[in-house]
Design a protein around this ligand. Structure first.
Ligand code: 13P
Length: 251
């Protein structure tokens, strides 16, 4: 049985005080209200990781970083390495978010290196993929997203791939309030799983594929109902504890 996962991506939001309040509220609500074995992750800005790890210690809530360098160490001013994240016991790291691909020109090849170094450091990569509106309108979206997986993940052994979580996030649905329909999400997830199966066989059934893009308490249940949709990567709606935990509960 593959894991159900709901991960919040805080992006570049919240000051320390706000971050403490949000994390504490999520921990308490999850403790009182979430009885299932759904994995709940909060991907906070780097500067709050240590504090967030302390606040969530012993709780069901896990912590993730939003990125890591493809290098292990060295003269890369401003970067954070996978060994650093490992050294503070962060379990998850988002890799290849479309905002990193777009604003920081991250390429599929570079993301393959980031996936490698994350796995070498026992971090669980939440690998993001997804197409632009232009690509969807051209009708090439399935090939485009499958190719993102081919170029960044298909060098992995089965033992390595097994540790990866995939998040499909159509760029046109991120922060726009315009979510993919439940059918569009399920259709892409099914294609991605079939693509994984073409190389890894039955292992594809064990890989969690999350949907991200304007998931809200009001639409989460419908989106999560897709048989290949194993949870969500939540941006805006993860910044408010009540809404985020309601999304977790709708799985
Ligand atoms: P929104 O939920 O704000 O659309 O963001 C999705 C996302 O980018 C999560 O990584």
């Amino acid at each position: 049985m593959r894991k159900k996962i709901v991960a919040g991506n805080w992006k570049m939001n919240k000051d320390l005080q706000e971050a403490n309040i949000l994390a504490s509220e999520v921990v308490n609500m999850v403790k009182d209200e979430v009885m299932t074995d759904t994995v709940v992750v909060m991907c906070t800005p780097y500067v709050y990781l240590n504090k967030a790890l302390k606040l969530t210690d012993g709780s069901k809530v896990q912590i993730g970083a939003q990125n890591c360098s493809e290098h292990a160490s060295g003269a890369y001013t401003g970067e954070i390495s996978a060994p650093m994240l490992k050294s503070i016991d962060v379990p998850y790291v988002i890799i290849g978010h479309s905002e990193r691909r777009e604003y920081f020109s991250e390429t599929n090849e570079q993301l393959a290196a980031k996936v490698n170094i994350a796995l070498e450091n026992e971090l669980i990569p939440i690998f993001c993929c997804g197409e632009s509106l232009e690509t969807r309108e051209s009708g090439n979206h399935f090939d485009f997203v499958c190719n993102q997986l081919t170029e960044s993940l298909f060098h992995l052994s089965a033992e390595e791939l097994e540790k990866v979580v995939i998040a499909y996030e159509p760029i046109w649905a991120i922060g726009t309030g315009k979510t993919a329909s439940a059918e569009q999400a399920q259709e892409m997830h099914e294609k991605l799983r079939a693509h994984l199966a073409s190389k890894y066989g039955d292992l594809a059934e064990e890989i969690s594929i999350l949907y991200g893009g304007s998931v809200k308490p009001g639409n989460a249940e419908e989106i999560f109902a897709g048989k290949d949709v194993d949870g969500g990567l939540i941006g805006g709606a993860s910044l408010e504890s009540r809404g985020f935990v309601d999304i977790v509960k709708s799985i």
